[in-house]
Write a protein that binds this ligand. Structure first.
Ligand code: ZN
Length: 488
C-alpha cells in the first residue's frame, strides 16, 4: 500500500521523477517508511513520514505532503547514523553468537550487496567491513566510510541477520582508537612489530634476560608434558628459548592493548601473528596461548602463520601433509584455550580448505579480501577488454611499488603478455597475473593524470552497469570458499 503511494508520489512529482524504489530495502516503522532510491545507477536514501520525526535526515530534495514529507538524501555518514538509530541490525555485531564468521573486506564499496545475496543462505556471519590501515590508505577510504557502506548494503538487501566490522591488522594505539571511535566492535591486533624475526645467537640473547625471568619460564615449560588433543608437547630448552625471545615482547604488548582497549570497550578480539617471517610452530603457538591465558587475556580468535605459503589471491603453496599434521595441533591448542583459529589471506586457498573445514568443524574465522577486486576486473575484462589490458600493463610496470606492501612470489618479469591468453579476462585465471593485478589495486584506483582518475571512474561505471554479472562472479567465487570449508 505505502509502497504504491510512494511510487505514485515519485511519478507525480517532477522533482523526483525517474527514481526507482529498491523494494528489498523498504522498512516501515511507526508509520514512517525508509528505503533506497536509485536513479541513473546512483543510489539515494529515501524517507517518508511525519515531518517532525525525520528531522535527523539530511536531504537533497524535500517534498511536502500535508503533515508528511518525502526526503531524498545522499548515502551519507549522517544519514546512516539516522538509519542505525532506527534499525539496530544496521549496527555491526561481534562474532560470539556465530560458530563461523567470514571476512570479506569489500575494497570498492559495493561488493557487500552481492555478498549478502550469498550469505543469506548460510549461517555464517559476514564480516563485511574489514580493512587494514594499509588498505584504507591504498583505497583512500576511511573506517567510517567502509562501515557505512557495509551498513547501507545490509539496509538495501534487508539483511537483518547481522554483519561484522573488523579493524584489521591494527598495530598502533591511535589506529585502535580510530577503529573504536568509528564503531568497529572487533579489532585484529597485529603483533608483527613486536615479534623478533631473527635471533643471531640464541644462547647469548637468552642469557641477557634476568635470572628471575628465565626461571619463571623454565619452571613453567621445561620437563613437562603438555597434552593437546592427541599430541603431547615437550619443550626442549631450544624450543623454549626461541619462543621466549621471539614472542615475549609481543605478549606484553598484547597485554597492554587488552587492558587499555579490549576490556573497557568490550571488543571482539583477534590476535594476528601471521605477517611475520617465520611460521608459528606448534610450540610457539602453545607458548603464546598459555602466556595469554596466564595473563587472563581472553582472545576470540588467533591467526598463526601456518606451514606453507598463504600468498594473496592464489592457492596454497606447500606440503599438504605437513600442513594437516600441524593444523590438527593448532586446532587442539585453540580448543584447549577456548578460542578459534583465524585463517588469513584465505582467498583461493582451495587445496587446504577441506582440511581446515574438517579439523575446525566446531568453528573458525576466515578472511579474504582481494577476491572482490579480482572478480571486479573479470567483469571489466568481459565488458571492455582493452581497459583490462591497459590496467594489466600499468600494474606490471608498477608492481615493485606495490610489493613494498605485499609479499608475493611474482616478479614483473613473470608477467605473461596478453597475447598468451585466449581472451584478456583469462588473466584472472593465471597465478602470476592474478597476483600482479591483486596487489596493485590501490595504485590502479588512485592513478591520476592531470588530476583526473585514469581507471577508477571507468571501473566503477562498468560495475554499476553490469552489477548482475559482478554479483554472479563474486557469488560463484565466494561460494566455492564456503562450500570447500564445509560452512553451512
Ligand atoms: Zn593477516
Amino acid at each position: 500500500m505505502l509502497l504504491e503511494g510512494i511510487k505514485k508520489m515519485i511519478k507525480d512529482n517532477h522533482f523526483i521523477q525517474g527514481y526507482g524504489v529498491v523494494e528489498t530495502s523498504l522498512q516501515l516503522v511507526d508509520g514512517n517508511a525508509y528505503f533506497i532510491l536509485i536513479k541513473d545507477g546512483k543510489k539515494y536514501l529515501g524517507a517518508y513520514g511525519k515531518r517532525e520525526e525525520l528531522l535527523d535526515f539530511e536531504s537533497l530534495k524535500t517534498i511536502n505532503d500535508n503533515d508528511f514529507v518525502l526526503k531524498v538524501g545522499e548515502l551519507s555518514l549522517n544519514n546512516n547514523k539516522a538509519l542505525v538509530a532506527r534499525f539496530n541490525w544496521l549496527k555491526p555485531v561481534k562474532r560470539d553468537n556465530f560458530k563461523y564468521s567470514f571476512g570479506l573486506g569489500d575494497r570498492l564499496g559495493f561488493a557487500s550487496l552481492a555478498h549478502l545475496n550469498l550469505f543469506k543462505d548460510y549461517d555464517v556471519l559476514p564480516v563485511l567491513a574489514q580493512q587494514s590501515i594499509r588498505e584504507l590508505m591504498l583505497t583512500g577510504r576511511t573506517f567510517e566510510e567502509v562501515l557505512a557502506s557495509a551498513s547501507y548494503a545490509a539496509f538495501e538487501a534487508g539483511y537483518t541477520k547481522g554483519f561484522g566490522a573488523d579493524g584489521d591488522h591494527l598495530k598502533h594505539e591511535y589506529e585502535i582508537e580510530y577503529a573504536i571511535n568509528a564503531g568497529y566492535p572487533m579489532i585484529t591486533l597485529d603483533l608483527s612489530e613486536h615479534i623478533v624475526n631473527s635471533i643471531d645467537n640464541i644462547l647469548v640473547e637468552y642469557e641477557k634476560l634476568s635470572d628471575e625471568t628465565r626461571n619463571v619460564y623454565e619452571t613453567r615449560y621445561l620437563n613437562k608434558d603438555f597434552v593437546v588433543g592427541n599430541t603431547t608437547l615437550q619443550f626442549t630448552k631450544e624450543h623454549l628459548m626461541y619462543s621466549v625471545l621471539t614472542y615475549h615482547e609481543a605478549i606484553s604488548y598484547a597485554d597492554h592493548i587488552y587492558k587499555k582497549y579490549v576490556v573497557p570497550h568490550n571488543l571482539d578480539f583477534e590476535i594476528s601473528i601471521d605477517e611475520t617471517v617465520n611460521k608459528t610452530t606448534v610450540y610457539d603457538h602453545f607458548f603464546i596461548a598459555n602466556e595469554l591465558h596466564l595473563l587472563n587475556i581472553k582472545v576470540d580468535t588467533m591467526a598463526p602463520k601456518f606451514h606453507g605459503e598463504f600468498q594473496k589471491g592464489i592457492d596454497y603453496i606447500g606440503e599438504l601433509d605437513i600442513f594437516e599434521e600441524e593444523y590438527i595441533i593448532h586446532q587442539a591448542i585453540a580448543d584447549m584455550f577456548n578460542f578459534k583459529l583465524s585463517i588469513h589471506s584465505g582467498s583461493d586457498k582451495f587445496s587446504v580448505f577441506p582440511i581446515i573445514g574438517k579439523v575446525s568443524a566446531n568453528g573458525l574465522h576466515a578472511k579474504t579480501a582481494g577476491t572482490n577486486w579480482l572478480e571486479a576486473l573479470r567483469v571489466v575484462g568481459d565488458v571492455n577488454s582493452e581497459l583490462l589490458e591497459n590496467i594489466y600493463y600499468f600494474a606490471t610496470v608498477n608492481l615493485n611499488k606495490a610489493k613494498q606492501y605485499y609479499h608475493i612470489m611474482t616478479n614483473a618479469s613473470d608477467a605473461k603478455p596478453v597475447s598468451d591468453f585466449e581472451k584478456v579476462s583469462d588473466l584472472l585465471n593465471d597465478d602470476h597475473s592474478r597476483q600482479i593485478l591483486h596487489i596493485t589495486h590501490g595504485l590502479v584506483l588512485s592513478h591520476k593524470v592531470e588530476g583526473v582518475y585514469v581507471y577508477k571512474q571507468l571501473i566503477y561505471q562498468i560495475l554499476e552497469e553490469n552489477f548482475d554479472l559482478y554479483k554472479q562472479y563474486l557469488n560463484t567465487h565466494i561460494k566455492k570458499h564456503l562450500d570447500l570449508l564445509g560452512l553451512k
